[in-house]
Structures are given as C-alpha cells and as structure tokens.
Design a protein around this ligand. Sequence first.
Ligand SMILES: [Zn+2]
Length: 137
Amino acid sequence: MKISSNSQCPCGTLIKYKKCCKPFHDGSNPKTAEQLMRSRFSAFSLNKSDYIIETTHPDNQDYTLNLQSWEKDIRNFSDYTDFIKLEIYETIEGKEESFVNFRATLKQGKLDASFNENSRFLKVKGKWLYVDGIFTD
Ligand SMILES: [Zn+2]
C-alpha cells in the first residue's frame, strides 16, 4: 500500500502520516516504545521492510542475517495482509525495557487475521527495538 504524506497515518492516531510515523520511517528516532510500535505497524502496512528489519532486536525469532529472504517474507506478509486498525490498550514505558499491549485488526483475503499481543521492547544504544511478544486475548 502507498499513501500520501497528507493521508491519515495507518497506525490509527488520526494524525496525518507526515506528522506521525513518516519522520520515523525517514530516520528519526522514536522516543517511546509506543511510537516504535505504531511506526512498525504503519511500516508493515506501507510495505517498508527495511524499517521492520532495522527495528527488530537480534533476539527476535524472525531475526536473520539472510536479509534477502527476511525481506521477502515481510513483503509477502505486507502484500497479503490488510492492516485495518491498531488499538493500543496499555503501555508500560521503562528506561531500558518497555511493554505495549495492543490489538491489531488484520485481514488476509476474507480471513480475519487479527490478534492481541503484549510486545516487549528493549533499548539498545539509544534505540528502541522490538524483541518479542506474547499473544493475549
Ligand atoms: Zn502513525
């Protein structure tokens, strides 16, 4: 999916993309884990696999040095999925470790691929990275 800078951000803040997640996609550093979480959701929606890879912690199970195949997996997932909505339920912001509890409403064709997750983020060299998540209901 492609959108214009003036469109509403895919992460659901009701703010224009250019004032919400675009600065992060363009290289500025999210200050909170929630900002990182939102910008990753919109990156998936906009098929920005580079951003997903850059913001994934090496401990994540998807992390691989085979960037080509990883990138392909992300692109396939993004192409195949409609990112309908992101709702943040709770955020626990720590200095080095943060948690974001959210619901992602996704569709894959006619299939409902929505899920609830409690994601864990770690700050490495001043940057928040996504480590892993536990599915919740
Ligand atoms: Zn956003």
